[in-house]
Design a protein around this ligand. Structure first.
Ligand SMILES: [Zn+2]
Ligand SMILES: [Zn+2]
Length: 227
């Protein structure tokens, strides 16, 4: 089962569409008010929102669920999330995650203290909540979803048999020498998740922030992390 990955720029973060034999799988639902971007890209593929069958939420942060309610309503797609974050989706709010460097740490503290409503979004009831793994074959693509906690407790990554890995915020491609995320609630857990991802020998990585990158950059970042 072949597929194609299409990047959807959604403001400061990326969503992706995976074109499969059975329609589209969307990974993440971007910043608010960007639904036209999704429509436009689907139009170029001669498709509409109704061709999306599944929306995978890599984790419940406002920049990944901003258009989710609208998208779900207009596409009728099923929404999938890790079970440990389903309640956040239903509640419609999250905290800013912990920073992994000094500037991000300060930013995170300030925003949680002074802007507790900063990360509010339209609540959505998920259709599927997963635990460790989830097979994507019924949606027309060889691949699976893997629980990769660290950035948040319920972060998940999509691993496709042809060598693509869609990682959400488990990796950030914003710096020249590393893909280590700027924010992560548990860096030890994150490292274990990276080790788990490594097992799959993925060739191309597609992050929530920054451009797609090759396996080499991931391995280099992982080796740096281990020392
Ligand atoms: Zn995030
Ligand atoms: Zn993000």
């Amino acid at each position: 089962m072949s597929h194609k990955i299409i990047k959807v720029p959604m403001g400061k973060c990326n969503s992706y569409l995976i074109a499969t034999e059975k329609g589209f799988i969307m990974v993440d639902a971007g910043m608010p008010d960007k639904i036209n971007k999704v429509k436009q890209i689907l139009k170029e593929e001669k498709a509409t929102l109704s061709h999306i069958n599944l929306i995978i939420i890599t984790h419940v942060h406002y920049d990944h669920v901003g258009c989710l309610k609208e998208l779900k309503e207009q596409s009728n797609a099923q929404v999938l999330v890790h079970k440990s974050e389903a309640d956040l989706l239903i509640r419609g709010s999250t905290n800013m995650p912990k920073g992994t460097n000094s500037i991000a740490k300060i930013l995170s503290k300030i925003s949680n203290k002074f802007f507790p409503n900063f990360s509010k979004f339209e609540p959505v009831l998920p259709d599927i909540s997963i635990k460790d793994e989830y097979d994507l074959a019924p949606f027309g693509v060889d691949g699976k979803i893997l629980h990769t906690p660290g950035h948040t407790k319920g972060s998940i990554s999509v691993i496709l048999a042809e060598g693509d890995c869609l990682v959400g915020d488990t990796m950030f491609n914003l710096f020249p020498n590393t893909v280590f995320p700027v924010f992560a609630n548990d860096t030890e857990e994150l490292k274990q998740s990276w080790e788990k991802i490594k097992e799959y020998d993925c060739q191309r990585f597609h992050p929530g922030h920054g451009s797609s990158f090759e396996c080499k950059k991931f391995i280099k970042s992982l080796n740096k992390y281990e020392t």
